[in-house]
Write a protein that binds this ligand. Structure first.
Ligand SMILES: *Cc1c(COP(=O)(O)O)cnc(C)c1O
Length: 231
């Protein structure tokens, strides 16, 4: 299959999953995760209508920004070291991987210097996997209560990476939990400045349909669009 065919197929599967849940497919943004993918393949995805790309390495993202115009939205989905924030802050449309106060502080400092407010998602380690980034579920509300001290940062939702699985049904409770956490946060933090629970970034190649059924507003698809990554 070509990249254009894969994009079409993924979009069709998103639409079917949305329909099963009584949702409109327009509520779901497809982010093409292009980490380690050459610009030429990304241009094929662009020609197939993709306007959202996800990267997980700051220098790689920085090197790719100039290859596309202002109509492309760059999502940063990987673990971000504070000393690399400077590479991405100007071009990043949405940072999916806010996971600690030190990162919030550095993003706030850099974004303020650029005169912008950077939308972020708080990454949650729902399943408590030792190897995964993200705050534990019980830290979501305490973390968000601190947001007012970082005025150049705005949290617009939550993000999670579910445990790897061959049967996506096994991770449905992870997605459901993220949605419940966002609802709770919205109720409890309705008036905290800099916090707005609009987005759930959840679902990857192996589990995105279940994530859409559970309320994902952003899915992050790499292999399903670009094929297996070189290892
Ligand atoms: C790599 C990656 C993806 C995409 O994974 P696929 O399984 O290739 O779809 C999504 N989210 C994050 C955070 C990633 O690192």
């Amino acid at each position: 299959m070509t990249i254009a065919e894969r994009v079409r197929e993924i979009r069709a599967r998103i639409a079917e999953a949305a329909a099963r849940a009584g949702r409109s497919p327009d509520e779901v943004t497809l982010v093409a995760v292009s980490k380690s993918v050459p610009v030429e393949a990304m241009q094929e995805a662009y020609a197939a209508g993709i306007r959202d790309f996800g990267e997980n390495r700051a220098q790689e993202a920085r090197d790719k920004f100039p290859a596309f115009g202002d109509d492309v939205r760059w999502h940063f989905v990987g673990r971000l070291q504070t000393n690399k924030v400077k590479y991405i802050v100007r071009h990043c449309h949405l940072l999916h991987s806010l996971d600690r106060p030190a990162l919030a502080q550095e993003v706030d400092r850099r974004a303020a210097r650029d005169g912008r407010v950077l939308p972020c998602l708080l990454e949650v380690n729902v399943a408590g996997e030792a190897t995964k980034a993200g705050v534990p579920p019980e830290q979501v509300i305490p973390f968000l209560r601190q947001m007012a001290q970082w005025p150049a940062l705005r949290v617009v939702g939550l993000m999670t990476v579910a445990p790897a699985t061959t049967d996506p049904e096994t991770v449905r409770p992870v997605f459901r939990r993220l949605r419940e956490l966002a609802l709770r946060a919205a109720e409890e933090l309705g008036d905290v400045p800099g916090v707005e629970m609009r987005h759930l970034s959840m679902g990857m190649t192996d589990d995105f349909e279940v994530a859409v059924e559970e309320g994902a507003t952003i899915v992050r698809i790499g292999r399903g669009i670009f094929g297996e990554r070189p290892r």
